[in-house]
Design a protein around this ligand. Structure first.
Ligand code: ADP
Length: 493
């Protein structure tokens, strides 16, 4: 593996501009003066020290967000002008797209080609999409009995705590800010401790775009900082993306103040390949659906169900593809797989690989660390996995594919649903009826037919069962950031 910086295909790392908290439009240190380090996962070297927000800082941020919500320029602003600000932010991101992509690669370790082709364009698209919604969030007139005029208003929910993970740091910012700002809410956001940098830079661009002070506040830190947001009595809502275990903790912490909650959590998504599929496309979809982003996707197609008739051919060809993946310096434009995010995730993945090796499944490729520097894991595939094995039930969040052979459609429907998760699923077949039977029967928030990981700002995304509560993206996400108010007027008064 080469991390040489002399090759013409290697991009220079960006300059880190912002490492402080953003509260009420001011960049500031934390009250404790404490900081924490963020590291480049490919070299394990420190990038920067970032201000560590504690409960006092969270309180300052919430007060600023409350002030900005109740008075001043933000609540006075016409809805259409909120949309203009979102569009202006999207323009600034577009102008700084290369820098933001490089920042994402630096902090997260994802290949620069992915950050450029996927993360940053999706951020821009998401903000533009919600810019269009700002002046289209309408209520209804309601025909009630009697001589009354009844209508509903959809008002912004208030101060929103937003807690995000490290796998798509900038994109998670956009998914959270877009609907919240379109609706007229204010924000206290905590980026993940592993990847605070792109969020801070986006907040700087939001300030430049003209969002009033206090509308967007950023408080970097660990779980304790997140918990301080969740417990704060003046936060109206928590939007959280992360692990199911943390969501359970948040739910119990939020019970005291009965906050509105939306969760986008883990998964163990089935990717179902029938013998009558376009096998070239299905194999490509299986590889991409699992190995994209180093397997660090909540919707990763980590249970690949393959019909017996094509099982042998599938294994041979998917292994060949996995072995063609180019692990290396994520700043190299030719790299297709970067390191895992940190030592904890690396160890967790290696633990599951070890469990797989000690089971009756067969490790047909990979199964080892790659190199000695950075948290690289070889693309790994286990064949003949059965439903009860850890590698078939638990979310691994790494480049580990489990292949489960099956015989017929009834069997695969039942086995696909044998999980507490329900985030996504995919089916590969040329038989339209079969495809729709799967789409109707699989308990998952998203079903892809003859494709995988097709995301669009307009298409709602979220989980059944323990994969989440509520939906992100699309018009559906606006429900997370608005309260309905019913107004009834006596027409004879
Ligand atoms: P992962 O294990 O993938 O890092 P987590 O669910 O632990 O996922 O983290 C997702 C986000 O939740 C991060 O920003 C993290 O700091 C935050 N977090 C962790 N624990 C808590 C908690 N108890 N309350 C609120 N936020 C938390």
């Amino acid at each position: 593996m080469s991390t040489a910086t002399t090759s013409p295909s290697v991009i220079a790392p960006p300059t880190v501009r912002r490492t402080q908290l953003l509260i009420d439009g001011q960049w500031c240190d934390s009250t404790s003066g404490k900081t924490f380090a963020t590291y480049h996962p490919a070299t394990e070297e420190k990038i920067a020290d970032v201000a560590l927000a504690n409960a006092d800082d969270v309180d300052r941020a919430v007060k600023a967000a409350r002030r900005a919500f109740e008075s001043g320029d933000w609540p006075a602003m016409d809805a259409r002008d909120r949309g203009r600000l979102l569009n202006r932010l999207a323009d600034l991101i577009e102008e700084n797209a290369d820098e933001l992509a490089a920042l994402e690669t630096l902090d997260n370790g994802k290949p620069i080609r992915d950050a450029r082709a996927a993360d940053i364009p999706l951020v821009i698209d998401c903000l533009r999409y919600y810019a269009g919604w700002a002046d289209k969030i309408t209520g209804e007139t309601i025909p009630i009995r009697g001589d009354y005029f009844c209508y509903s208003r959809r008002e912004p929910l208030g101060v929103c705590g937003q807690i995000i993970p490290w796998n798509f740091p900038a994109l998670m910012v956009a998914w959270k800010w877009g609907p919240a700002l379109a609706a007229g809410c204010t924000i206290v956001m905590k980026p993940a401790e592993q990847t605070p940098l792109s969020c801070l830079r986006l907040a700087e661009l939001a300030t430049e775009a003209g969002f009033p002070p206090g509308v967007i506040n950023i408080v970097p830190g660990f779980g304790e900082t997140g918990a301080a947001i969740v417990r704060h009595p003046d936060v109206d809502k928590i939007a959280f993306t992360g692990s199911t275990e943390t969501a359970q903790r948040i739910m119990s912490d939020a019970a005291q103040t009965l906050k509105r909650l939306t969760f986008e959590l883990g998964g163990k998504s089935p990717n179902i390949i029938f013998g009558d599929s376009d096998l070239d496309a299905a194999i490509e979809g299986a590889e991409f659906g699992l190995f994209f982003n180093q397997g660090q996707c909540c919707c990763a197609g980590s249970r690949v169900f393959v019909e017996q008739s094509v099982h042998e051919e599938f294994i041979e060809r998917v292994v060949a593809r996995a072995q063609e993946r180019r692990l290396g310096n994520p700043f190299d434009e030719n790299t297709t797989q970067g390191p895992q995010i940190d030592i904890d995730q690396f160890r967790k993945i290696m633990h599951y690989i070890d469990r797989g090796k000690h089971s009756k499944a067969t490790c047909v490729t990979g199964g080892e660390r790659e190199g000695t520097q950075g948290f690289y894991v070889q693309p790994t595939i286990f064949d003949n996995v059965t439903d009860d094995m850890d590698i078939a039930t638990d979310e691994i969040f790494g480049p580990v594919m489990s292949v489960l052979p099956f015989r017929d459609i009834d069997e695969v429907i039942e086995r696909s649903n044998k999980t507490y998760y329900g985030l996504a699923a995919a089916v590969w077949t040329k038989d339209v009826a079969k495809a729709h039977r799967i789409a109707n029967s699989v308990k998952a928030g998203t079903v892809w037919i003859n494709c995988y990981d097709v995301f669009d700002a307009a298409a709602p995304f979220g989980g059944f069962k323990m994969s989440g509560i509520g939906r992100e993206l699309g018009g559906a996400a606006l429900a997370n950031y608005t309260e309905h108010k019913t107004v009834t007027m006596n027409l004879n008064s």
